[in-house]
Every structure is written in structure tokens, then in C-alpha cells.
Design a protein around this ligand. Structure first.
Ligand code: ATP
Ligand code: MG
Length: 257
């Protein structure tokens, strides 16, 4: 399914401290998006990582936010006050559906009550696949819901070796790199639930080359991703996939101690 494009119509004040200077923009469809813009200090390569990784996460069913492309017309850069503060570039931006009331998971009080704990092994395997090098506790959010809080893993701008300024060379050199999963495994231990990775391995291995190709091909042309980078990104995802069963087995061993 192609990525959804929505126009930004305003903003919502929010205290966010991200290095990419994200803003919460209100959208024409009435929703809010944590938006990372072209011209951000982490470059459009971080937007590519965020978009491709988060879409892959949604494809496998990992607990990641819905990714969007947020269209910011040139006039809007003047109409929306916080957009005047930096030399942002109009056009398509990366957005993640913004979830109000979300806060970092507190291990002692929240972990055991998360309603989607069964997705923890899938989250760990997916984040391993994309080598998310920024899986810190503040990126593991508890989202309030009527049935109880659920886990949401945010910020995939630091997926891929060499992030956020990844290159074909950094992807090749980091082909076997593994991310730091301590925050996710701490959550698993605090929750005290079994860690069965087999369904997650089956799900990730079932993603086809055609699906991966489409994810990379859908990166907006205006983000200026060179063809060599797109090819390397596709090859990185394809070439890591066969390692997932072995990495998953190692993860299961770590999770059980
Ligand atoms: N979809 C979301 N819904 C609610 N809050 C979010 C969402 N995405 C991110 N946040 C919050 O906003 C903060 C900043 O977002 P994010 O981490 O994506 O920005 P960043 O610029 O990439 O950060 P970093 O400084 O880690 O590079 C997150 O730490 C999290 O607290
Ligand atoms: Mg962050």
C-alpha cells in the first residue's frame, strides 16, 4: 500500500528535544504528525531511514507509529510560526502519527501491564533487522488506551549502520552489525513473560524482495536519495534477512538469562 500523503495545516505546541528538531504539525485530515523536515541537521538520509524502517515495521506488525508523508507548501512555511524559525524546505516531509499522552515506559509500574507484550519478540527482531542504533528507554513509549497501555517504539531515524548519515560504504561495513537491545530486553525481564521468537522469525522471513523493493522505491524523489544509496539500502535489507533466524536464536538465549 502506498504511503499516505497529507497536507499540514497548523501546529501544536509540544516540548520535543529531538536532534532532528521535530515539530508536531496538525494535518488536513484532523490528525497530528510528529514531523521531521527537509533541512534538518540530520539530513534527508535520516528521513529515508525513518520512512523505510517504519514502513517495514508496519508491514511485519511491529509496534511502531503509522508513517506518513506530510506535505508542507511554501506558503505554510510562513503561516506556521515555528516553521519560520529554521531554513526548512517546502514539499514532502516525514511524519509519524503523533500519539497524545504517550510517555516512556516505566519498568516498575507499566511493563507488566502493557496489552501488546506479545509483540516484544517481533519488535526486537525487527529492530535487529534494520539495525536501529538508537533504541533507548525514551524511545519505548507507553500509549494510554481503554484496555490498558500499549508499547510503541518511536524514532527510526537512527536505523542503519552509519546513521543518521548512512552511506553505501557504512551499510556494507555494518552488514553484520547488531543493535543495542538492552532497553527492550529490560522491558521483557520486567514484564516477566515468555519470549517466543519463532512467529516473529516466520513473519520477517515472509517479507518478499518485491515488498522491500517497493518500500525503497517509494522514497520521495525530492529527498534526493542517490541511486547508489537506494540500491545499497535494498541490498542491506535483503542480505540481512537470511541471518534473522540465527540472530533470533541468539536473542532468545539472551532473553532467557
Ligand atoms: N509518534 C509519536 N507519538 C508521540 N510521541 C512521539 C512520537 N514520536 C516521537 N515522540 C516523542 O518525541 C521525541 C522526539 O522524537 P524523535 O525521537 O523521533 O526525534 P529525533 O530528532 O529523531 O530524536 P533524537 O534526538 O533521538 O535523534 C521522542 O523521544 C518521543 O518522546
Ligand atoms: Mg529520538
Amino acid at each position: 500500500m502506498p504511503v499516505h500523503v497529507v497536507e499540514a495545516v497548523g501546529y501544536q505546541p509540544a516540548t520535543l528535544r529531538g536532534h532532528s528538531r521535530p515539530l508536531v504539525l496538525s494535518l488536513a485530515d484532523g490528525r497530528l504528525a510528529l514531523t521531521k523536515l527537509k533541512g534538518n541537521p540530520q539530513t534527508t538520509h535520516a528521513l529515508v531511514a525513518d520512512l523505510v524502517a517504519t514502513r517495514l515495521g508496519r508491514l511485519v506488525g511491529a509496534p511502531v507509529p503509522e508513517p506518513l508523508l506530510v506535505h508542507v507548501p511554501t506558503a505554510r512555511l510562513r503561516d506556521i510560526p515555528p516553521l519560520r524559525s529554521r531554513p526548512w524546505i517546502s514539499g514532502l516531509q516525514y511524519g509519524a502519527l503523533y500519539v497524545g499522552g504517550a510517555a516512556p515506559v516505566q519498568l516498575a509500574t507499566d511493563a507488566a501491564g502493557l496489552v501488546n507484550l506479545h509483540l516484544l519478540p517481533l519488535a526486537a527482531l525487527f529492530e535487529t533487522w534494520i539495525d536501529n542504533t538508537d533504541l533507548k528507554p525514551s524511545h519505548l513509549l507507553a500509549v494510554p488506551g481503554s484496555a490498558g497501555p500499549s508499547l510503541l517504539v518511536v524514532d527510526h531515524g537512527h536505523a542503519l549502520p552509519g546513521a543518521p548519515r548512512w552511506t553505501p560504504a557504512s551499510l556494507a561495513a555494518g552488514l553484520a552489525d547488531l543493535p543495542d537491545l538492552r532497553a527492550l530486553l529490560a522491558l521483557h525481564r520486567a514484564a516477566g513473560r515468555p519470549f517466543d521468537l519463532r512467529p516473529a522469525i516466520d513473519t520477517c522471513m515472509a517479507v518478499s524482495d518485491a515488498q522491500l523493493t517497493e518500500l525503497v522505491a517509494d522514497v520521495p524523489r525530492e529527498w534526493g536519495l542517490p541511486g547508489s544509496h537506494a540500491e545499497s539500502l535494498l541490498s542491506f535489507l535483503r542480505r540481512r534477512r537470511p541471518s534473522l533466524p540465527a540472530w533470533g536464536a541468539a536473542l532468545t538465549r539472551r532473553a532467557s538469562v
